[in-house]
Design a protein around this ligand. Structure first.
Ligand code: B12
Ligand code: SF4
Length: 526
C-alpha cells in the first residue's frame, strides 16, 4: 500500500490570487485547489494520502522523500514552479506523477522529471494506476478512454486540507461548455457537452463545506449554465437546502453572458444565494469576438453586451469579467474601448489578460500555421502577465504598453471606487436578496448573521487602517467606507464594501509590481 503525497505548487502573485488582500481577510490563500481533495477521495482505501498546498504551507521535501508516490497538479502559470519541485524530488530519487490542466495540454513538458503523466480527467485512471502500481506494473502515460461520468464523482476529502487557511471553499457542479471560443482549452479537455453532478452529490458537498466552517464557496465550473435545463433542477435543490439550513452559504461562479437572456435562471441563482458571477466578456470589439468565435457575446437577443451585464446586476448578482487584449482585430484604440466598457458596465473587478495561445487549442494551431507563436516563457518571464502571441495589427511593444496603461487606469482610486460607488450607492445594488427575505422570517438567524457580518467588516476596517502603510490610501478607504455606511446600512453590503477596499489594495499593489517588472517598466517608459 502506498504512502502518497499530492502537491499544488505555489502561484506567482496574480490578480486572482488576492495575495495582498489576504492578511486583511484573515486567510493565506483565496481557495483550495479542487483536484487534490478529489484525488484523495478517489484513492482506494488502504493507501495513505497527504495533501500539500504550497500556497498555504511550505513543502517538506524530506517528508516527500519518504513517500512512495508524489503527485503534482498545476496550470500553465504554475509550470516554472512545477519544474523546480520536480527537479528537487528527482534529485532525492522520488517517484513522481503529474496531472492537471498544464500537462494535459503539453504532456512532454516534464519529460525526464515525471515518471507518470496523467492526461485529462483522472477519475478512472488514478485508481487504475494505483492498482497497477501495487502489482508492480504501471504505464508511463494514462488517459481515460471516455469522459468522466459526473454522477460517479465522490465528495472531495476536505478534511485533508487546512480549510481555515482559505478565504473561500471550492466545489464543482459540472464540467464542459457548449461554446467554441478559439483560445479555450476547456472544450479540448472537457468537451462541449456539459456533464453535471446529481443534486444529491452537490448537496453532500455543501454539507462538507459547512462542516469545514466555510461561509463562501466558489463554484469552479467553466460555465455553470452550459446545460441550463439541468442546472435549474440542481439550483432548485440548492435553494431548498439553503432554506432548510438557514442560508449558510454564499456562492460565486463563472457563466457565459447568455445568462442574461434567461430571467428564470438568474432568479434561481439569486434564490440559491449566488452573489457574483464571472463572465468572459473578452472584448467589446465585435470583429475580435467573431475572430475568436465567441458568438454568444455577439448575440443581440436580449440586448447589447452592456445591457446584459446591467441585467445580471439588476437581478442581484455582481458581475466580474475577464478582458483580453491582443486579438488580431485589435488596434491601438482597443485599450480605450475596453476601459470605457468596463466603466459603463460598472464592473468593479475586471481581469485583463493578453491573448495567450494554450497548446492544443484551435488558436494555437492557427498561429503555429501562421508562424506567429513565440515561447511560452515570454508570458512566464513577466510573471504570467505576458503573451506568446505575435499580434497582428499592433506591435508587441504597443500591446505591453497599452496593457500596463489599461491596468493602471482601471485600478486608480477614482476609477475603481467610481465603478463600485455607482453600483453600490447610485444603483443601490441588492445582494443576497433571497437570504434577506428568509432572514426577515427568522429573527434569531438574522441577528446571528448580521452580527457576524458587522464584526467581520469592523475587523477588516481595523486591519486596513493598521496594515496599510500608505496614508492617502488609508484615508480614502476610510472616507469611502464611512460614506457607504451613511447611505447603506445593510450589514452584508457593509462587509462586502470592506472586502472591496482590501481587494483594491491588492490590485493597486499588483499594478505597482507589474509596472516595476523590467519588461513592463521599459514599455511604460517608452
Ligand atoms: C478554479 C480555477 C481557477 C482558480 C484556482 C483556484 C485554485 N486554488 O486552484 C482561480 C480563479 C484562482 C484561477 C485562476 C487562474 N486560472 Co484557472 N481555472 C480554474 C478552473 C475553472 C477550474 C479548476 C478546477 O478546480 N477544476 C476542478 C478539478 C477537479 O479538475 P482538474 O483540476 O482538471 O483535475 C482533474 C484532472 O485534471 C486530474 N488531475 C488534476 N491534477 C492532477 C494531479 C495528478 C497527480 C493526477 C493523477 C491527476 C490530476 O484529476 C482531476 C479529476 O479528474 C479551470 C478550468 C478547468 N475546468 O479546469 C481554470 C484553468 C485551470 N485556469 C486557467 C488559467 C489560465 C488561469 C489564470 C492564469 C487566468 C488568468 N490569466 O488570470 C489564473 C491564474 C491564477 C494565478 N494565481 O496565477 C486555465 C489553465 C490553462 C492550462 N491548460 O494550463 C484553465 C484550464 C482555464 C482556461 N482554459 O482558461 N483558476
Ligand atoms: S464560454 Fe468560456 S468555457 Fe466556454 S468555450 Fe468560451 S471561453 Fe471556454
Amino acid at each position: 500500500m502506498a504512502d502518497i503525497v499530492l502537491i499544488n505548487p505555489r502561484f506567482e502573485i496574480s490578480y486572482w490570487g488576492l495575495e495582498h488582500a489576504m492578511p486583511f481577510l484573515g486567510a493565506k490563500a483565496v481557495l483550495p485547489v479542487a483536484s487534490l481533495p478529489l484525488l484523495a477521495a478517489l484513492t482506494p482505501s488502504g493507501h495513505s494520502v497527504t495533501l500539500i498546498d504550497e500556497n498555504v504551507e511550505a513543502i517538506d521535501f524530506a517528508r516527500c522523500a519518504r513517500a512512495d508516490i508524489v503527485g503534482l497538479t498545476g496550470m500553465n502559470v504554475q509550470r516554472p514552479r512545477m519544474k523546480e519541485i520536480l527537479d528537487e524530488l528527482k534529485r532525492r530519487g522520488v517517484f513522481t506523477v503529474v496531472g492537471g490542466a498544464w500537462v494535459t495540454v503539453q504532456e512532454d513538458d516534464f519529460a525526464g522529471l515525471a515518471d507518470v503523466v496523467f492526461v485529462g480527467e483522472a477519475e478512472e485512471t488514478w485508481p487504475r494506476f494505483l492498482g497497477e502500481w501495487s502489482e508492480g506494473r504501471y504505464q508511463t502515460r494514462y488517459e481515460q478512454a471516455g469522459r468522466t461520468d459526473m454522477a460517479t464523482v465522490p465528495v472531495p476529502r476536505l478534511d485533508l486540507l487546512r480549510m481555515k487557511d482559505y478565504a473561500f471553499a471550492s466545489l464543482q457542479f459540472s464540467r464542459g461548455c457548449p461554446f467554441e471560443c478559439e483560445f479555450c482549452d476547456i472544450i479540448v479537455t472537457f468537451g462541449r457537452r456539459p456533464r453535471i453532478k446529481t443534486s444529491a452529490q452537490v448537496l453532500a458537498e455543501l454539507d462538507a463545506i459547512v462542516a469545514a466552517g466555510k461561509q463562501f464557496a466558489f463554484i469552479v465550473d467553466d460555465n455553470l449554465i452550459g446545460n441550463k435545463k439541468a442546472i435549474k433542477l440542481v439550483l432548485r435543490e440548492v435553494i431548498a437546502w439553503q432554506q432548510r439550513h438557514g442560508y449558510p452559504l454564499m456562492f460565486a461562479t463563472e457563466a457565459s453572458i447568455d445568462l442574461a437572456e434567461d430571467a428564470e435562471l438568474m432568479e434561481l441563482m439569486v434564490e440559491a444565494n449566488l452573489s457574483s458571477v464571472f463572465v468572459g466578456i473578452e472584448t467589446p470589439n465585435e470583429a475580435a469576438l467573431r475572430e475568436t468565435k465567441k458568438f454568444q457575446n455577439l448575440r443581440t437577443r436580449g440586448g447589447t453586451m452592456l445591457e446584459k451585464v446591467h441585467r445580471i446586476q439588476q437581478a442581484g448578482m455582481e458581475v466580474w469579467c475577464g478582458v483580453i487584449v491582443g486579438f488580431d482585430n485589435d488596434d491601438p484604440g482597443i485599450f480605450a474601448i475596453q476601459s470605457r466598457f468596463v466603466r459603463e458596465a460598472r464592473i468593479v473587478s475586471a481581469i485583463v489578460n493578453m491573448l495567450v495561445a494554450i497548446p492544443r487549442t484551435p488558436l494555437h494551431a492557427r498561429l503555429a500555421r501562421e508562424g506567429r507563436l513565440t515561447s511560452l516563457d515570454d508570458a512566464e518571464n513577466c510573471g504570467g502577465f505576458g503573451t506568446n502571441v505575435v499580434p497582428s495589427r499592433i506591435s508587441r511593444e504597443a500591446l505591453y504598453t497599452g496593457y500596463c496603461e489599461l491596468m493602471r487606469e482601471l485600478y486608480t482610486l477614482d476609477a475603481y471606487f467610481g465603478r463600485l460607488d455607482e453600483l453600490f450607492l447610485d444603483r443601490r445594488f441588492q445582494l443576497t436578496r433571497a437570504r434577506t427575505r428568509y432572514l426577515h422570517r427568522h429573527p434569531l438567524r438574522w441577528l446571528q448573521l448580521n452580527a457576524r457580518l458587522l464584526t467581520e467588516a469592523a475587523a477588516i476596517f481595523v486591519m486596513l487602517m493598521r496594515g496599510i502603510p500608505d496614508v492617502a490610501l488609508r484615508r480614502e478607504y476610510r472616507r469611502r467606507l464611512m460614506r457607504l455606511v451613511w447611505h447603506r446600512r445593510e450589514p452584508q453590503i457593509i462587509q462586502t464594501y470592506a472586502v472591496k477596499c482590501a481587494m483594491h489594495y491588492h490590485a493597486h499593489r499588483m499594478v505597482q509590481e507589474l509596472l516595476s517588472r523590467p519588461q513592463f517598466a521599459t514599455q511604460a517608459a517608452a
